[in-house]
Design a protein around this ligand. Structure first.
Ligand code: OX2
Length: 808
């Protein structure tokens, strides 16, 4: 029955659908169609195929009276969708053949799609992986977020420095979405609260419209489709004719411009707080619209609000949607006339909160005056929530403290479950930020280690490895990734190792060609590709990687005839525009690259490449071609990491610290297949208590001293020798992230990597075992566990954890 949901078209039939869209939707004939027209036609043809499972899923959910999951996230870092949709529909061959028959280059059309970059990094990409897994598992779900007009900024380098320009994905039509002009809610801000007796009524000063855009998200095998509903801000009154008639043309459109500001841009901060009123408005805007939408659906199904916890699971992706708690309580109390405590309990029954970071600067706090100005009634409700909590638990922990509204505490208190994103991180959540609250509510915190979707991050991005794996263990693994374990015995098989190595080599050639044609850099595909691609942040320690590169450069020049293992160090990543140190690190990477890459003495042995504008699509290209994955954050700082999982899955062993999910990756792949170094999280805490720890570490390391001196003396910035004095001074005097303390151990681990890589057979075996043993990190497993432990939601496509087996 379920398979009937998919429309199985032949290539010929599909070509006809594409042609129809080219003419009817794009208004072009094949002679005049641009690549954009072809891409739109192909995307719309694919979207057509999603409609049947989408409708069927909605109907099934309704009939089963099933609980729905609502994933509220400020960010969805979706990337491109053509391949994703085509493969999930199992129509990739049909789509490619159809395009070929129409004289089009399928791959080129696929690559024409701009990334939907509605996120900064791991948090947003996790949300996108979760959407894929929710649909694959057949769990009824909505993703709710913001339809930003401008996604994450585009990064350019000018004289080695990061320049940001606006991203404009919506200048072209977005093929995947459906505008829903009828789904609109008024969202208020500011104003006053009117009291009469026991009742309160919020009278906002300003109102804007949240208008829905829906993108269907189809799961593997096309058995189920959910909805990603993104809200765009629109004015209540589009145009002021009176102003216009008075000749005030700008004023006539002012209302519209102001309202649209709310969904104009994605804040480009990753793991740091944006203390802006506009950000608070964005958070309230999408959260309030989502909550209203959830209640409207409940009403339309003839349910009462008491049923909410049975019908609705709302997951808060970090604290950004934390206002969901007070908003839901407000609607229940002020509009549905429930008692306050009852309303709080009902809201808590629905809410779960995921914490993604312990960095103090990233724990959102809003100054009370701002909060009150924007959300006066919510501030009162937060007070009620706080006093109910104080009364029930006797806890000393407050939500309102030092003049701030603390969103972490609010989220914790309003959620029935709170989860961290790796085992280590969840332990630290219990022991640090929420230590007291964990004592007050001992069963509330749990762990849900992150995962990644194997469809995008292996099946689609690494087609040659996919084929090799299919040929070796069959095709069940994309929906049941732990089947990769069946590869373990093949790690002893010379033929398999050869084939695995050949896949990696081919992927490296692909990257080398791309670097040459797009970035005008020549790299040797036979060199080891060592990659650190992620946001630029001090705690992620790109600086330590760079210092090691400088030290290696010195060593090679000192001993040019030694047996060096040729390396290409690949960096990729953006810095938040306001994060000065991160931008200096970018500048330094480019400066060091310019000097080292021009040095004839290390030619062929060491090269640094830093392609600009790292994004999801670039990750899909680089990860399959990487030999060594750099996961070198200061222990205790990277909540999980998900890039670490993607690299391991694609056969790149990790050099890394015991941080985030590295710990669990190492446990699974085996310590012998992981290059460990560095202080543990507990040691980091101890080290930070010592005096002058960085000076002490530098004093005992000649290599490090030399590299630091070179940087501060302008060896890499001869035209501006003082450029990096501040950066180096900080390492000498403070070095909060312990770059200097871990440096020697890191350098030594890199040399272990060199020797291991020199034995290509054993290296490939290690790579295979990484791929074979990380199946547990599928986001299908993560989502199945959220469904069981937090949401009490169920798959409607069979009782199994994953839909297994082949599609005929
Ligand atoms: C990131 C975390 O830094 C990263 O470690 C984690 O893997 C990812 O979230 C998904 O859980 N913003 N981004 C993150 O946290 C915050 C806040």
């Amino acid at each position: 029955m379920l398979n009937e949901r998919r429309n199985l078209l032949t290539a010929e039939q599909f070509a006809e659908v594409i042609l129809n869209h080219l003419t009817s939707s794009q208004g072009k004939d094949p002679e005049h169609a641009s690549i954009y027209d072809w891409r739109m036609a192909l995307s719309l043809a694919l979207r057509d195929q999603v409609i049947r499972p989408w409708f069927a899923s909605t109907r099934t959910t309704y009939e089963a009276e099933a609980k729905r999951v609502y994933y509220l996230s400020m960010e969805f870092l979706v990337g491109r969708l053509i391949e994703d949709v085509a493969t999930n529909l199992r129509a990739e061959d049909v789509a490619a053949a159809a395009m070929r028959s129409l004289g089009q280059d399928y791959g080129q059309v696929v690559r024409d799609e701009p990334d939907a970059a509605l996120g900064n990094g791991g948090l947003g990409r996790l949300a996108a992986c979760f959407m894929d897994s929710l649909a694959t598992l057949g769990i009824p779900a909505y993703g709710y977020g913001i339809r930003y007009e401008h996604g994450l900024f585009e990064q350019h380098f000018k004289d080695g420095q990061q320049i940001e320009t606006a991203e404009n994905w919506l200048t072209q039509r977005y093929a995947w979405e459906f505008e829903r002009p009828e789904v609109r809610y008024e969202i208020g801000f500011g104003g006053t609260v009117e009291k009469s007796g026991q009742t309160s009524k919020w009278i906002p000063a300003e109102t804007i419209i949240a208008s829905a855009y829906d993108t269907p998200v189809v799961g593997w095998n096309g058995l189920w489709a959910n909805t990603l509903r993104l809200w765009a801000a629109k004015p209540v009154k589009v145009f002021d004719l009176d102003s216009f008639n008075r000749g005030e043309y700008l004023a006539a459109s002012e209302l519209e411009a102001l309202a649209r500001t709310i969904s104009r841009v994605l804040y480009p901060d990753d793991t740091s707080e944006a203390g802006k009123e506009l950000r608070l408005k964005q958070e309230y805007f999408f959260t309030a619209a989502s909550i209203k939408d959830i209640l409207r659906r409940l009403d339309s199904e003839g349910r009462v609000v008491r049923d909410l916890p049975q019908r609705v699971a709302i997951q808060l992706n970090d604290t950004h949607p934390a206002i969901a708690g007070p908003e839901l309580v407000r609607l229940l109390v002020d509009e549905r006339k429930l008692e306050m405590e009852n309303a709080i309990d009902i809201a808590r029954g629905c809410l779960g909160y995921t914490n993604h970071t312990l960095l103090p600067e990233a724990l959102e706090r809003w100054p009370e005056p701002i909060f009150k100005r924007v959300l006066p009634r919510h501030l009162e409700i937060v007070r009620e929530i706080e006093s109910a909590h104080l009364k029930a638990s006797g806890s000393p922990v407050r939500i309102l403290e030092d003049g701030d509204v603390k969103m972490g505490e609010l989220s914790f208190i309003m959620a029935h479950k709170v989860n961290g994103v790796s085992a280590l991180h969840s332990d630290l959540v219990r022991e640090t930020v929420f230590e007291q609250l964990n004592r007050d509510y001992p069963d509330r915190i749990l762990n849900q280690t992150n995962g990644i979707t194997p469809r995008r991050w292996l099946h689609n991005c690494n087609p040659d490895l996919r084929i090799l794996i299919n040929d070796t263990i069959g095709t069940g693994w994309p929906a049941d990734l732990e089947q990769l374990e069946k590869l373990v015995p093949h790690a002893q098989d010379a033929g398999f190792l050869e084939a695995f190595k050949a896949v990696k080599a081919k992927n490296k050639v692909r990257v080398a060609n791309w670097l040459k044609s797009h970035h005008y850099i020549a790299v040797d595909p036979d060199a080891m590709f060592d990659a650190q691609i992620k946001r630029i942040h001090e705690y992620k320690r790109q600086l330590m990687n760079l210092l090691e590169t400088v030290a290696l450069w010195n060593e090679i020049r000192d001993n040019p005839n030694a047996d060096w293992v040729p390396r290409v160090k690949i960096f990729g990543g953006k810095a938040a525009p306001g994060y000065v140190v991160a931008k200096q690190i970018i500048h330094l990477i480019n400066d060091v690259a310019a000097v080292i890459n021009a040095d004839p003495q290390v030619k062929g042995l060491l090269k640094i490449v830093y392609p600009e504008n790292y994004n999801v699509s670039m990750a899909e290209l680089l990860i399959p071609a990487t030999n060594l994955s750099e996961q070198i954050s200061t222990a205790g700082n990277e909540a999980s990491g998900t890039g670490n999982m993607k690299f391991a899955l694609n056969g790149a062993p990790t050099i890394g610290t015991l941080d985030g999910a590295n710990v669990e990756i190492r446990e699974r792949v085996g310590a012998e297949n992981f290059f460990l170094f560095g202080l543990t999280a507990a040691e980091v805490v101890e080290r930070r208590k010592q005096q002058n720890y960085s000076a002490a570490a530098i004093a005992v390391s000649q290599r490090l001293s030399r590299a630091l001196e070179q940087i501060e003396n302008g060896v890499f910035s001869p035209g501006d020798p003082d450029r990096y004095q501040g950066l180096v001074q900080d390492l000498r005097q403070k070095d909060y992230f312990l770059v200097t303390c871990d440096f020697d151990d890191y350098f030594a681990a890199q040399r272990r990597v060199d020797s291991a890589y020199a034995d290509q057979d054993s290296w490939t075996r290690m790579a295979v075992l990484n791929t074979a043993r990380v199946g547990w990190f599928s986001s299908d497993r993560t989502i199945a566990d959220y469904a069981k432990d937090i949401w009490n939601a169920h798959s409607l496509i069979g009782g199994a954890r994953q839909p297994k087996g082949e599609v005929p």
